[in-house]
Design a protein around this ligand. Structure first.
Ligand code: ADP
Ligand code: MG
Length: 399
């Protein structure tokens, strides 16, 4: 689960991390009121969307030469003008895709006099099984480009979870950032605070870009991106409450209500499969046959009629879907029960695209009979290869 910049900053502030003052706003009036509470004379008005690259982003509704989603305001009047320009409009950044994201929230924050920008992020490194802290002196700009062109400017410090954060980790971070004197001490302290926060909140990823050194000699967090391990959210109701559903794909929200693992993809073939491994194999074999999956969808081991119906509805709501491939192994749930679910669901949703079903497992023959006698144009398949060939042929025949 992702959260907004201002929410991330509020969470990190509880761990002592240096954050410039700021207040979130949902309306122009709130933005003005927020600015009045800040010391000034410089304010930054920041669009709050779950995507980075806002500074260099463009608003669809504004002229091409207009500034992006991070604006420096020199007066309260400017804060008001920028808030009017941003709220309700669509910001397109390198991370939003062409459709962009509507800006519904702003963050009005202190303008910081910046001396230098750094990069610092943390993530769970699956290769080493440790939390990796990734730092660079080249913050503020596209870190992917730095990684590509000058990888030597990026340092990775990993922390063994059994050992925990040690003083030497902090020194390594400060050294990699080439800081000396008091700033070096601040960096060591910050690294420890961030690691503590990361573990305590079950984070997946924390990215601070930029981390800045202010003209006053302070290390401050100017931007945050945070995401949390969804499997751990049950023990963090306060963090779960920060979820902003307007930032999520409506189909993925619907899927989560039925406990379906659904991820939208770019292809034409909707997939309904039980088990993540089988889902991956199904996607692979569709590609092998020359088309692309429209989604990843794992209905889980206990797929019943309600889940299958919900899954059909979610797949069909995607206008890109030109055909559906159901590939289910009846293990815990018997094939005849699944077949009944598929037939009932297909009738309920008024299936309008070709449907190929491959069933295997317990009571497979009864299941196939139910599909054959349903009166629906369901194409049966015998194995994975057969199923993929058939759905591709069906879709291409319609096109
Ligand atoms: P994004 O990464 O989405 O573009 P950032 O919050 O990183 O958004 O802002 C982009 C740039 O704007 C930063 O690299 C920094 O130079 C400047 N900036 C952001 N917040 C402030 C602030 N509070 N004071 C001064 N400059 C800021
Ligand atoms: Mg940034």
């Amino acid at each position: 689960m992702n959260i907004h910049e201002y929410q991330g900053k509020e969470l990190l502030a509880k761990y002592g991390v240096g954050i410039p003052a700021g207040i979130a706003a949902l309306t122009v009036e709130e933005a003005v009121a927020a600015a009045k509470q800040l010391p000034g004379p410089l304010y930054v008005v920041k669009a709050q969307i779950h995507a980075g690259g806002r500074g260099k982003g463009k608003f669809k509704e504004l002229p091409a030469d207009a500034k992006g989603g991070v604006r420096l305001a020199k007066s309260i009047e400017e804060v008001e003008a920028f808030a009017k320009e941003m709220l309700g409009n669509t910001l397109v950044t390198i991370q939003t895709g062409e459709a962009g994201k509507q800006v519904n929230r702003l963050y009005v924050t202190d303008g910081v006099d910046i001396d230098k920008e750094y990069y610092l992020s943390m993530l769970v490194d699956r290769k080493t099984g440790r939390v990796a802290m990734i730092v660079s002196t080249e913050g503020g700009m596209d870190i992917e480009e730095v990684a590509h062109n000058t990888p030597e400017k990026i340092a990775t410090i990993t922390i063994d979870p059994a050992e925990g954060f040690q003083a030497h980790h902090g020194r390594a971070v400060a050294f990699a950032l080439k800081l000396s004197g008091d700033l070096n001490k601040q960096a060591q302290k910050l690294a420890k605070q961030l690691y503590t926060a990361f573990i305590a909140m079950d984070c997946d990823m924390v990215e601070i870009n930029p981390l800045v050194q202010s003209k006053g000699g302070e290390l401050l967090v100017l931007d945050t991106k945070m995401s949390f391990d969804s499997n751990a959210l049950a023990r963090h109701p306060d963090i779960f409450a920060l979820r902003d559903e307007t930032e999520e794909d409506p189909a993925e929200i619907e899927a989560s209500k039925y406990d379906l693992a659904y991820i939208k993809l770019d292809g034409d073939i909707g997939c309904m499969v039980n088990g993540a491994g089988l889902a991956m194999a199904t996607m692979d074999i569709i590609k092998l046959n020359g088309m692309f999956p429209a989604n990843f969808l794992d209905v889980g081991g206990g797929a019943n009629k309600e889940k299958v119906t919900a899954a059909f509805k979610i797949i069909l709501a995607d206008p890109a879907v030109k055909g559906i491939l159901v590939n289910i192994f009846g293990g815990i749930m018997k094939c005849d029960i699944i077949a009944e679910g598929i037939v009932a669901a297909a009738k309920e949703v008024n299936l309008s695209v070709p449907l190929v079903v491959r069933l295997e497992g317990t009571n497979v023959q009864q299941g196939k009979d139910i599909l054959a006698n349903s009166g629906l144009a369901i194409v049966p398949a015998n194995d994975l290869g057969d199923a993929a060939k058939k759905i591709v042929a069906e879709v291409q025949a319609v096109a």
